[in-house]
Design a protein around this ligand. Structure first.
Ligand code: COA
Length: 395
């Protein structure tokens, strides 16, 4: 058994349209730097986990393909799926394998090659991560529409405007422009975000995360294995929550109950004060699959009181230097959202930020030594909140 689990190495591919590589090559782009930064070889890996939703791409047996291409056979493996929270769910499997004593070193890969299918097909397939029979078949809901229901409910209840949502896109593109791995590396203005026609009111093109190919990889290790590794961070806690499939079963669209639940568990396990958790964190990656849900996440994670999240973005409090920097890698919005890779990419970002290895212009100040990752599958069908720390968790 290992009480504590460390992240000892990370790797990240360029996100975007990756028609230049096949799935094993895309996987290797992040596996290789992860092995190198952990200073280990394939023989040191006890078990490997692949986060991949994958219904839009050619290959399904990705762990076996990786075993062949990356020389990982005959070690045990597993493919994990939890809609857009797939990446963090894969990390959970590795984390638990090490905690339980089953493994000392686990490689976790998140990968998606969404652009292997045409966009309308991908959008339809993502639409199945809700309640397909009731909502897709009957009302034709796809994800821009699902999250627009939440965005409009928030506008009605708390007075947020389309321009407020545009501010989230402006921030995330600002930081995406400083991230060489991001799909979009161009800054945008509020006027530019307001220009295109509606995808699903109030969301326009720049309110949406894109359809992305990419991979990210982390190497997790037990306390014993990690003791001599210099560059490492620790998983302090994880909280996981599940929501109803059918949205008509939910009483409130201005918050995701599963995310609130997951956050409470994660804070409690990490010994973080729930009244003002941002005072204990240096920054966060939140699941901004659309602009409005980033603001809702501020509230679900208690960075602001209910109804006050929108003021955080108006006051630029989620930029570096503000109350809590959020998505300073560009977030899903500008970095891209290769569904199975997103949660792993958030872990890569926690490692880079906490070890002060982020690119110029997007490194947060590290005072508390803690970074939070919030990864949501569906519209809160699954929520994962993970807290990473520079030092081991003090009991
Ligand atoms: N933000 C900014 N620019 C974007 C973009 C985005 N989200 N998506 C595409 N673009 C750009 C492309 O780079 C392209 O630019 P170019 O013409 O200069 O090359 C242009 O917009 C058109 O791209 P295309 O891929 O044809 O877009 P589309 O209209 O088919 O799809 C969306 C756009 C927003 C509808 C689609 O990306 C989408 O559905 N996103 C949501 C995905 C989702 O639901 N994920 C799960 C969330 S939980």
């Amino acid at each position: 058994m290992s009480e504590n689990v460390a992240v000892i190495g990370v790797g990240h591919s360029k996100f975007g349209s990756r028609k230049d590589v096949n799935i094993p090559e895309l996987a290797w782009e992040s596996i290789k730097p992860a092995l190198d930064s952990a200073n280990i070889e394939q023989k040191d890996i006890d078990f490997f986990v692949v986060g991949n939703a994958g219904v839009w791409s050619s290959e399904a047996a990705i762990p076996a393909l990786m075993a062949e291409y990356a020389d990982l056979a005959p070690k045990g493996s597993m493919r994990v799926e939890a809609a857009c929270a797939t990446g963090n769910a894969a990390i959970r499997v590795g984390y638990q394998a090490i905690k339980s004593g089953e493994a000392d070193v686990v490689l976790v890969l998140g990968i998606e090659k969404m652009q292997e299918s045409p966009n309308p097909t991908v959008i339809e397939l993502i639409g199945r991560f809700g309640s397909y029979f009731w909502e897709f078949e009957n009302f034709g809901l796809t994800f821009p529409g699902y999250y627009a229901l939440h965005g409009t409910a928030y506008m009605m209840k708390y007075g947020a405007t389309e321009e407020d949502y545009a501010r989230v896109a402006v921030k995330n593109h600002y930081y995406g422009a400083k991230n060489p791995y991001a799909q979009f590396q161009k800054e945008v203005t509020i006027e530019k975000v307001m220009e295109p026609k509606y995808v699903a009111w109030p969301f326009k093109l720049f309110d949406c995360s894109p359809i992305t190919d990419g991979s990210a990889c982390v190497i997790l290790a037990s306390e014993e294995f990690a003791k001599d590794v210099e560059d490492k961070i620790w998983i302090h806690s994880q909280g996981v929550g599940t929501g109803t499939a059918n949205l008509s079963r939910r009483s409130d669209f201005t918050s995701l109950e599963s995310a609130r639940y997951a956050a409470e568990l994660a804070y409690k396990r990490a010994g973080i004060d729930m009244d003002a958790p941002y005072k204990y964190l240096d920054g966060a990656n939140v699941h901004d699959c659309f602009t409005a849900p980033e603001i809702i996440a501020y509230e679900d994670l208690r960075f602001a009181k209910r109804g006050e999240g929108v003021q955080l973005i108006r006051d630029e409090q989620t930029y570096i230097g503000g109350r809590i920097p959020v998505n300073v890698d560009g977030g899903l919005k500008a970095k891209g959202h290769p569904i199975g890779a997103t949660g792993v990419s958030q872990a890569v970002e926690a490692y880079k930020q906490l070890l002060s290895k982020a690119e110029p212009g997007r490194q947060a100040e590290i005072k508390h030594g803690r970074w939070l990752a919030h990864n949501v599958g569906g519209t809160g069908h699954y929520s994962y909140v993970t807290i990473y720390g520079l030092e081991k968790l003090k009991k």
